[in-house]
Design a protein around this ligand. Structure first.
Ligand SMILES: Cc1cc2nc3c(=O)[nH]c(=O)nc-3n(C[C@H](O)[C@H](O)[C@H](O)COP(=O)(O)OP(=O)(O)OC[C@H]3O[C@@H](n4cnc5c(N)ncnc54)[C@H](O)[C@@H]3O)c2cc1C
Length: 555
């Protein structure tokens, strides 16, 4: 079997990093990595990425079902690509060339009937099924490691179910297959003059199905931004049958079935399609960037903005260190990237009022730059200035993280949400606890920054970035060992200081310790009971989110 062969119809992806196999770094990005290596006193030579031949994979433990064999692949490339997601630890294990748990098979179902057939086979053969969208999970959501009670593991890749099936322009909704990547669904909606307007940072390599079952957050700061806000109805194939919910703009009929599908992380079944609310493309934009000498003055300002009813599309407060990481500041003051968007009306009045609030809280801004942006219609104003620089850095960051991992640097993020009354203590407490853990694990002072990704009238969603060195000799193994301690501390810190274990990255395997403290045991039992009905033999994504109830058929 050719180890480089694949049944995937998409452009080849890196199994050891972010993006397509032929992605290149710019000279500037390489310079950033060199500067980081210098900062951490790690010797810099551009690290050689892992090669397929460096991994020895065992033969599949189970035979593929004969009737579906054409959709099943066991090549090294397919199995390594589906072994895990894209968290720091997932990538570090690949860079270590460690023995990673790979799925026995990768299945590429052509249609929903094939999904049903695969689940039927898996149930009868006691094979675990890991649904796979874009594989961009950063919390151990698509790992192929399951306990010895299973005969094998199949990764069920949804890439062939990637079409927009129907558009309802009257209600402004579209029925889209779950395996569509962001750009795929966007390009199919465009001829209809519509957009889903859900843009997570991972947009290029994540799917509608993945977004729905992880409750993903888009990059808009307020109003409709969580995928939850867009879901009108869902269709999920479970081992026990198909769950199709009704298309409704709203309903008060009991606990909503879509609410159980949202966030189900593949443990109940495979989402095959959904009706989602879509929007007209934005015609008006206004943006500004604001500086605050004192971070908490900026915090008070964004709270006022969040509670003003102005609903800025972008309202991202970066603490001083985060401005350095994002390449939009020198680390001496905090920065607010502020923006409004509308498909309907000019935004002058909204921006004027927002800037009054900014002035009231001591923010400084270049009035000339604001005025120019406000005049822009249908243009690329949002791609210029500080907002544009921030956006570009935001989208490129995952690309240059890869070689940094290979150099033995720890580059990771964690996120939460907390009410405003607790925010200041939360920010200080989480930073202190995680910095202590970093110092203990690496012997070095931490680089730990924070930005706000989403804002609600009752609280923000802070997002932390860690840069640290695993050891002076630049060992990936040391860095991965240190990461385990740091991750453990971060999980504990966000819960200890009153936040959620995850605002939008999901629970997977890596956040279960926090999830179990956040969500009442009774509720987890209720969820396990629902799983028992949908997935009686617990074949769906074992290890993720909750422990299933014991299988009544297992002696
Ligand atoms: C660089 C980077 C940036 C990111 N930025 C964001 C961001 O801005 N906002 C955000 O919310 N998240 C972000 N993430 C996390 C990740 O992209 C999201 O969790 C995303 O929703 C996962 O989608 P996916 O299609 O890649 O799913 P996968 O990673 O393939 O799977 C995620 C989980 O969903 C399950 N699953 C996938 N498809 C299905 C299906 N059809 N039916 C049932 N279960 C399924 C999997 O089993 C797994 O448990 C980022 C990740 C990276 C690496």
């Amino acid at each position: 079997m050719n180890p480089h062969a694949t049944l995937s119809r998409r452009a080849a992806r890196r199994f050891w990093g972010w993006g397509q196999a032929d992605a290149q770094l710019s000279a500037g990005e390489l310079a950033t990595i060199r500067a980081m290596a210098q900062q951490f006193e790690v010797p810099f030579t551009e690290p050689a990425p892992p090669q397929l031949e460096e991994f020895t994979l065992n033969a599949p433990r189970v035979a593929a079902p004969a009737a579906l064999a054409e959709m099943f692949s066991a090549t090294a490339l397919d199995r390594l690509n589906h072994a895990s997601g894209k968290s720091y630890a997932d990538l570090a294990r690949m860079w270590l060339r460690a023995s990673v748990a790979v799925p026995d098979w990768v299945a590429y179902p052509d249609d929903e009937q094939a999904v049903i057939d695969i689940l039927d086979w898996a149930q009868s053969a006691r094979v675990a099924v890991v649904p796979y969208g874009g594989g961009s999970s950063v919390c151990g959501g698509v790992q192929a490691s399951v306990d010895a009670g299973y005969a094998g593991v199949v990764s069920l890749d949804m890439e062939r179910l990637n079409r927009v099936l129907e558009v309802d322009p009257t209600s402004r909704a579209a029925c889209i297959q779950a395996g569509a990547l962001g750009p795929e669904l966007q390009s199919q909606l465009k001829p209809h003059g519509l957009s889903l307007r859900h843009f997570p940072q991972s947009f290029e390599f994540s799917t509608l199905g993945g977004w729905i079952v992880t409750r993903a957050g888009g990059h808009y700061a307020t109003q409709a931004t969580h995928i939850d806000d867009f879901v009108e109805s869902t269709r999920m194939v479970t081992p026990a049958g198909v769950l199709q919910t009704r298309r409704l703009p709203g309903s008060g009929a009991g606990p909503a079935p879509d609410r159980l599908v949202l966030g189900s992380e593949g443990i109940l079944g495979v989402l095959t399609q959904a009706w989602v609310r879509v929007q007209a493309p934005m015609r008006f934009r206004a943006s500004a960037s604001v500086q605050f000498d004192e971070y908490f003055a900026g915090v008070r300002c964004v709270r006022a903005l969040a509670q003003s009813g102005l609903n800025p599309a972008n309202c991202r407060l970066l603490d001083p260190l985060e401005t350095l990481f994002s390449g939009v500041g020198d680390g001496s003051c905090a920065m607010l990237v502020l923006g409004f968007e509308s498909d309907d009306h000019p935004l002058q009045a909204w921006m004027e009022r927002a800037l009054e609030l900014v002035r009231d809280h001591g923010g400084r801004f270049d009035a000339q730059a604001v005025t120019r942006s406000m005049a822009a219609q249908n243009g690329d104003a949002h791609r210029s200035g500080a907002a544009g620089a921030w956006r570009e850095a935001f989208l490129r960051m995952p690309y240059w993280r890869d070689p940094a991992v290979g150099l033995g640097l720890i580059m990771d993020t964690f996120e939460s949400a907390v009410t405003w009354d607790r925010f200041e203590a939360f920010y200080r407490g989480v930073k202190a606890d995680v910095a202590t853990a970093i110092a203990r694990a690496t012997g070095q002072e931490a680089l730990l920054s924070c930005r706000m990704t989403h804002l609600y009238p009752d609280g923000p969603a802070p997002y932390f970035t860690i840069a640290a060195r695993g050891s002076q000799r630049g060992s990936v193994a040391d860095a991965l060992a240190a990461w385990h301690d740091i991750k453990h501390a971060a999980n504990a810190a966000v819960i200890d200081h009153g936040g959620t274990i995850t605002h939008h990255h999901a629970v997977g395997r890596d956040h279960r310790s926090g999830y179990e403290r956040e969500v009442p045991a009774l509720y987890r039992q209720m969820l396990a009971s629902a799983k028992r009905v949908a997935d009686p033999h617990a074949i769906m994504n074992p290890g993720v989110l909750i422990d299933p109830l014991p299988d009544p058929l297992t002696p």
